[in-house]
Design a protein around this ligand. Structure first.
Ligand code: C2E
Ligand code: CA
Ligand code: CA
Ligand code: CA
Length: 286
């Protein structure tokens, strides 16, 4: 601030800067109160993106992705509101809705499909949700209420958010894993954390971030990194999901590297529940 003034910015410029700050703040407050309203009214919907076995091209599960269904503005992507939801704590009631809705949907699919084809659902969970007391109990209750086994649920937690060594979160994750819930590290490779934790912590799945897959084709180094993650995972007995598979080349390279699972627009964009069920019955890349 002082610097800005000291640099001799004119009075008008300073006012413009202030009014810009002010409108950004107002926008954020408005977003927050609209989101509060949306949580109370249940103005959300879930889409589901297939997670595919790269050897057979069949879906083994679906990632549940939340959207805000705004009565005036239409469907709003999570990148526009998750941050505010986390800051305001609204992520907690919203996340509860997401978990229940995801489990309810996967329960319906599992009732219809033969056992060997029954998918799991993978739900994004923010660390803020873990920090609320009773999260483990909430997951247990939701599983019972939906009538699905713990194996039908995977939880995705981002690597960056786990970096602060929060022992309580790890302890909760261990309890959930013991129940049979699978634990995935989302956006793996972007957090610059030490790899030591992979061996000691309750983790089942690594989701390789899309940026690695993007750059894999043009860069030997990037390809070597992806190959390294796949082989590291194999050594540690972890499963791998490659995110952001957008074309047949991505798919082929990953399959050749022995990457077991993947998801991305090449297979399918996120789908509504009914479309996802249709896809499950008849998986077709593009
Ligand atoms: P994410 O968990 O990394 O989810 C993957 C995002 O990549 C999704 O965007 C998905 O639609 C998109 N995507 C999938 N395949 C492709 C592809 O081949 N190419 C490209 N370019 N993109 C692809 P979406 O649905 O907009 O979600 C964005 C982020 O919002 C998610 O990133 C996740 O961090 C967060 N999010 C979504 N739903 C929830 C939720 O229920 N709870 C929480 N806490 N966060 C959520
Ligand atoms: Ca995710
Ligand atoms: Ca991700
Ligand atoms: Ca992401």
């Amino acid at each position: 601030l002082a610097l800005y003034v000291a640099k001799g910015a004119g009075k008008n410029q300073w006012r413009r800067y202030q009014s810009h700050l002010h409108s950004a703040m107002v926008e954020r407050l408005e977003l927050r109160s609209a989101l509060d309203h949306a949580v109370n009214e249940g103005h959300f919907l879930l889409q589901f993106q297939p997670i595919v076995d790269l050897a057979t091209d069949e879906a083994v599960g679906f990632e549940a992705l939340v959207r805000w269904h705004h009565p005036q503005r239409g469907v709003i992507a999570p990148d526009e509101f998750i941050e505010v939801a986390e800051e305001s704590g609204l992520i907690v009631p919203m996340g509860r809705w997401v978990l229940d809705q995801a489990l309810h949907t996967v329960a319906q699919w599992r009732r219809i499909l033969p056992r060997a084809r029954q998918p799991y659902v993978s739900v994004n969970v923010s660390v803020r949700q873990f920090r609320q007391s009773g999260f483990v109990e909430q997951v247990k209750t939701s599983l019972e209420y939906a009538g699905v086994p713990a194996r039908a649920l995977m939880l995705e937690i981002t690597e960056t958010l786990l970096m602060g060594d929060d022992e309580q979160i790890w302890a909760d994750l261990a309890v959930l894993q013991e129940l049979g819930v699978r634990i995935a590290i989302d956006d793996f490779g972007t957090g610059y954390s030490s790899l030591g934790y992979l061996r000691q912590r309750p983790i089942d799945v690594l989701k390789i971030d899309k940026t690695f897959i993007d750059d894999m084709v043009g860069s030997e180094q990037q390809l070597a990194l992806v190959a390294g993650i796949v082989s590291l995972a194999r050594t540690l007995n972890l499963t791998v999901v490659a995110e952001g598979i957008e074309d047949a080349t991505h798919r082929l390279i990953l399959a050749q590297l022995g990457c077991p699972l993947g998801q991305g627009y090449y297979y399918s964009a996120p789908l509504d529940a009914t479309e996802a069920l249709a896809w499950l019955r008849n998986p077709l890349p593009l």
